[in-house]
Design a protein around this ligand. Sequence first.
Ligand code: GDP
Ligand code: MN
Length: 387
Amino acid sequence: MDLLEYQGKQLFARHGLRVSSGEVVETVADAVAAAERIGYPVVVKAQVLIGGRGKAGGVKLAADESEVRSHAGDILGMDIKGHLVRKLWIEHASDIASEYYASVLLDRSAKRPLVMFSVEGGVDIEEVAEKTPEKLIRHHVDPLAGLSREEAVEIARRGGADADVVEGVADALVALYEVWIEEDATLAEINPLIVTPEKEVRALDSKVSLDGNALFRHPDSQGLSDSENEDPIERRAKEEGLQYVKLDGDIGILGNGAGLVMSTLDVVAQAGGSPANFLDAGGGSDAEKIEQAVDLLLANDAVKAVLFNIFGGITRCDEVARGLIAAFEQIKPSVPFVVRLDGTNDVEGRRLLQEAALPHVHAAKTMNEAAEMVVALAAGDSVGAPA
Ligand code: GDP
Ligand code: MN
C-alpha cells in the first residue's frame, strides 16, 4: 500500500525524523488559509502516488497569497502521468544547502534490509546508481540487531556527508530504519533529504509503501489507503474478492490457485508473451465468479487474448466451463480465449465447451500448448479451428 507524501511524512514525524510543518487541502481557498497559518514562503505540492512531480510542474514555491492562489489553482486538477491531483500539501518552504538521498528496503537476494545513502540526492537517483554507483552507499543490516548508530555514522561518512552534518544524517538514517521496521514498510525513501544552511537535516519528500498484509497490526494506518488513486480494476477486484494484480502486457491470465497463476505467468513469458495481469479465481470457482473474473480481465483495454488455466481439484472443470459459457452470453468478448481444463470433471468441462461452440474459444490440453497458442493469438496469428 503506497502512501502519499504527506502521509509518509506523518509517519516520519512519529519516529523523530524532522519534516516541515504543513497542511493537506483540497481547494484553493483552503490552500490560502493554510499558507496564512503556516507562514510564507510555502511550497505547494501535488499529492499523487507518482514521483517526478517537480519536473511535471506539481511542486511550486509561493512567496505570498497571490502566488499560493495561482499555484494551487494550476496544480489542483492537474494530470501527472495519469494521476489526477485532488489534494495539495502546503508546507513551510525550506532553504536548501544540499540535497541527499536515503532509503531502506528489503534486499530479497541478500535476505537482509538494505540501507542506501547518497549525497547526490534530489536528481534522478536511478541515474546516480547507474552512472556513478560509487556515490550510492549500500549497507546491509543484520535484521536481529537492527541499524546501530555507529553503523549509521559510518554510512554517512562513507557517503561523503559534510563533517558537520554526519551526526544529523546518522540520526535520520536510524529514524528511517525505525519507520521501516516498526511500521512494517516495504519501502521508506527520502529524496531529497536536505541539509539547510543552518546544518539541519530534514526530509523534504517521502515515499513510503506499507505491507498490506501487516496492516492489521497498525490500526492507525488502516485509513491511509488512498483508494481514489488505486487502479480502478484492482479496486473492483478487491471489492469482488478476487486476487488481481495489473501487469504491463497484453495477455489476460486467469487460473485457480496463486501457485498455478504464478507458473502460468512464467510459462507465458517463456513462450514469448507478456501477461496483462495476475488473476486468481481461488478454489471452488463457481459460474458467477468466473463471469465476474472474465468481466474484470476484459476491463483492461490492453488485453488482446486470454488464457484460462484451470486445474480441477476442489474446483470442478464443468463448473468453470458453465461459468465461461454464462459469461460469454453476457459479455460476448471480441478477443480470443485459450482454455486449458485439467483435473476434476475435465472431460465433462471440455464437452460442455465443445457443445456450446463459443466463438473465439480454443481448447488446449497442456499448459505449454496453451501458452504457445495464446501468445500466437495475441500476436494476431491464427491457431487452427476453435474448440
Ligand atoms: P518529486 O519531484 O515528486 O520528487 O517532489 P519533491 O518533493 O522531491 O520536490 C521536488 C523538488 O522541489 C525538490 O528536489 C526540491 O529541489 C524542490 N523543493 C521541494 N520543497 C522545497 C522547499 O521547501 N524549498 C525549496 N527551495 N525547494 C523545494
Ligand atoms: Mn522527491
